[in-house]
Ligand binder design. Structure first.
Ligand code: SF4
Ligand code: SF4
Length: 447
């Protein structure tokens, strides 16, 4: 694509980067077929190619974003399905992130939109506040029928009950069982540790059972992806910088005992942390540290395959529909690892038809764009039902929250199933919904 930025504009490193990305697009339109919003809405401006044109015009003109541009970029899920499809390697993620920051800096949203975005960014990354707000939402459930749009979507997403805070989420070092073979830091997340404490607990059990010491670093918190995708770049960079410093202190180069990996069990957060190196590429103070942290980062399934998982100690055999989160398959390009682990643990794993399409969760998209998000959820659940699963597994808490309350089959995290198969307890989400199987050594054919 031809671009016309001035030399002065190209002094700005972000514009320089976006110019480079724009020039790789050859307008072929292959990406439109796999873009969920284009598939649903059929409008070129709600396709990756249409959005790329809108972004190009907005950035080249250097004028404040218009309501038209904002409407179509707000509808983008940042699912990155277009990046998987694109034959030219257009880095749409970095382009749309830049555009969102530009919109935030130049466009004044209606007050209710600003207020909601501010509230989401303030509440969700703070577990105590988030817990408190979810409890308030539970109290407001009887009023749900009177509400419409985003308010109703928020109430519908609030879970009926919340677990107590888990001790594993506090800063600490959790020793390996038996001889220590590795030492890793985990990201305990922000929303995840309020919505579902089982995921971090299963992750810690699984890692320590495999001889891995687990560090929950003091000062680590939200990965920054929530404000990042809302264009609040200063906030997201501050959160990322805090994590980088917290983990850096644990590395040998940072004066700590050393880290073999940073293990992340929410694929949305993993995608963001793996991108810290790009975010801080122009930051003299953090560039090297951010590169080191991104290089150490692994999704939990990626890491488990690297160290090798013990054979299952329990006969499972249930049919599992594996729903691959967009951040897993498109953001991190991890397309086979979780399924391989589940198969090796004895489950009958089935891929989901139209598996490349988003379930509509996409961070807080299901609050901000509830109509599209609900359509995507309905479509996803219909596709999942075709596999007739006993269990649905996924690697991102956002997808679990989006699908779980509307699904016939229970939705759990992949690590909960691997933990169960190798000696852990039955995942809480499966209690009363599937039969517990006896613990016994079992032979499973390799995938
Ligand atoms: S597939 Fe890639 S090159 Fe083709 S229009 Fe989409 S973004 Fe541009
Ligand atoms: S990120 Fe997803 S929704 Fe956005 S343009 Fe790409 S495919 Fe479409």
């Amino acid at each position: 694509m031809q671009t016309n930025f001035t030399d002065e504009q190209l002094q700005d490193p972000d514009l320089r980067e976006s110019n480079k990305i724009l020039r790789t697009c050859v307008h072929c339109g292959f990406c439109t077929a796999t873009c969920p919003t284009f598939v649903l809405l059929g409008d070129e401006l709600d396709s990756p190619r249409g959005r790329i044109y809108l972004i190009k015009d907005m950035l080249e003109n250097g004028k404040p974003a218009t309501a038209r541009v904002v409407k179509h970029l707000d509808r983008c899920l940042s699912c990155m399905s277009c990046m998987t499809t694109c034959p030219s390697g257009v880095h749409y993620a970095h382009l749309v992130d830049h555009a969102r920051g530009y919109i935030e800096a130049t466009y004044t949203r209606p007050w209710h939109d600003r207020a909601l975005r501010w509230l989401l960014c303030e509440l969700i990354p703070r577990p105590t506040l988030f817990r408190w707000s979810l409890r308030s939402a539970q109290l407001a459930q009887p009023l749900k029928g009177l509400m419409r749009g985003r308010m109703r979507a928020m109430l519908e997403l609030a879970p009926k009950s919340l677990p107590k805070p888990s001790p594993v989420d506090r800063p600490q070092v959790i020793p390996a069982e038996g001889p220590r073979r590795a030492r890793v830091a985990i990201l305990t997340g922000c929303a995840q540790r309020v919505l579902d404490t089982n995921i971090n607990e299963a992750t810690v059990r699984l890692l320590t059972r495999h001889g891995v010491e687990v560090v929950v670093a003091d000062g680590m918190g939200c990965c920054g992806s929530l404000p990042h995708h809302l264009g609040k770049l200063e906030d997201s960079h501050a959160k990322a910088a805090a994590n980088i410093e917290a983990w850096w202190k644990e590395t040998e180069a940072g004066g700590g005992p050393g880290l073999d990996a940073i293990v992340i069990n929410a694929s949305g957060c993993g995608t963001t942390v793996k991108d810290y190196a790009f975010v801080f590429r122009e930051d003299a103070k953090l560039k090297d540290k951010a590169e080191a942290i991104s290089a150490l980062t692994r999704d939990v399934t990626e890491y488990l395959l690297e160290i090798g998982v013990m054979p299952p100690t329990r006969r499972t055999g249930h049919t599992v529909a594996y729903h691959s989160a967009c951040s897993m398959q498109h953001g991190q390009q991890l397309k086979t690892q979780p399924q391989r682990l589940l198969t090796e643990a004895g489950f009958k794993v089935k891929g989901v038809p139209e598996g490349h399409l988003c379930c509509g969760s996409a961070g807080v998209y299901n609050v901000l764009q509830p109509k599209i998000a609900n359509q995507l959820r309905t479509r996803k659940l219909a596709n999942i039902a075709k596999t007739q699963p006993a269990i649905i597994a996924t690697g991102n808490v956002g997808c679990m929250t989006q699908l779980g309350p509307h699904s016939e089959a229970p939705v759990v995290h992949t690590v909960e199933l691997i933990d169960w198969a190798t000696g852990g307890p039955l995942p809480k989400g499966l209690a009363g919904r599937i039969e517990e199987t006896a613990a016994e050594p079992v032979q499973v054919a390799a995938s």
